[in-house]
Write a protein that binds this ligand. Structure first.
Ligand SMILES: [Zn+2]
Length: 285
């Protein structure tokens, strides 16, 4: 296999460009920019262009979904501009596990953890697309546990628009992963591994289980607070107005970032499990 240092340079440049764009559109704080740059650099440097390009596309699509009709979403959630910019912890919660998988994969046997990587990215993309596009849906989403309407942006609240966006995102991440892996095999004049042919379906099922985990943990376990001054719910112990809030449900340590991380790990594991089952099945193309 070819040396990876040219990819490290491409990763450093691509990561810098995306971090710059994220800062320019106020989607990322300074620490969020550094974390994103690092994640993209790691994916390219550890595993080459397939992993790097896939992460880059997921980040771009997530940024696009977040930027789309942002003033309207700020109006429905009460989070304006810099208040909703992602810091390093929020970036790491979504793209940290994929970056760790890239390092582990490079350490064990190059390319081995691609299916888990795709599953983690499918889960992260599904969560972002469901949240961002779900907010554009006129009707209030329903809390997954009680099926009662909840304000937009409530952890664990789901909408038809959000679920549709999640299904589309998970399948697309798997499909693009398959296309990229096929191109790489074709360029190296090798056949595509049969395990990978099921990647779009495995990513769809694994990503949706990861997304469901996100919603269930968000509704049942995530710490959630209320600001009596602003009459708003928030996932932060201190509201953006600067005043302390009172906790209404969840465990204090089960933060939004913890929910994202657990979902990414579950989504990656289920994607691998589904891919193994499908590859062993008797179904043929
Ligand atoms: Zn407040």
């Amino acid at each position: 296999m070819s040396p990876l240092w040219p990819y490290a340079l491409v990763g450093a440049a691509t990561g810098a460009a995306l971090a710059w764009l994220g800062g320019r559109l106020v989607l990322l704080t300074r620490s969020g920019q550094v974390a994103l740059w690092l994640a993209i650099l790691i994916a390219f440097a550890a595993e080459g262009w397939v992993w790097g390009a896939l992460l880059t596309l997921c980040v771009l699509a997530s940024g696009l979904a977040t930027h789309f009709r942002r003033p309207y979403k700020a109006y429905v959630t009460g989070l304006y501009g810099a208040q909703s910019a992602q810091d390093w912890l929020q970036v790491a919660a979504r793209f940290g596990w994929p970056a760790v998988l890239a390092i582990l994969s490079a350490a064990v046997h190059r390319g081995d953890y691609l299916i888990a990587f795709v599953g983690a990215l499918a889960t992260a993309s599904a969560d972002i697309w469901a949240t961002e596009l779900g907010m554009l849906y006129r009707k209030d989403p329903l809390l997954i546990t009680t099926r009662r309407p909840a304000p937009h942006g409530t952890p664990g609240a789901v909408s038809l628009m959000g679920v549709t966006a999640a299904v589309g995102a998970t399948w697309l991440v798997g499909f693009v992963g398959l296309v990229f892996a096929s191109l790489q095999s074709w360029a190296a004049q090798q056949g595509v591994s049969r395990d990978l042919l099921w990647l779009p379906l495995a990513a769809l099922l694994g990503g949706m289980v990861g997304n469901l985990t996100d919603s269930l943990l968000g509704a049942a376990a995530q710490a959630y607070y209320y600001c009596e001054i602003c009459n708003r719910y928030t996932d932060q112990p201190r509201h953006t107005c600067g005043r302390p809030t009172s906790q209404v449900r969840g465990w204090p340590w089960m933060t939004n970032e913890m929910v994202d991380l657990v979902s990414a790990v579950v989504g990656a594991a289920v994607t691998v499990g589904v891919a193994i089952l499908l590859a062993q099945s008797r179904w043929t193309w």
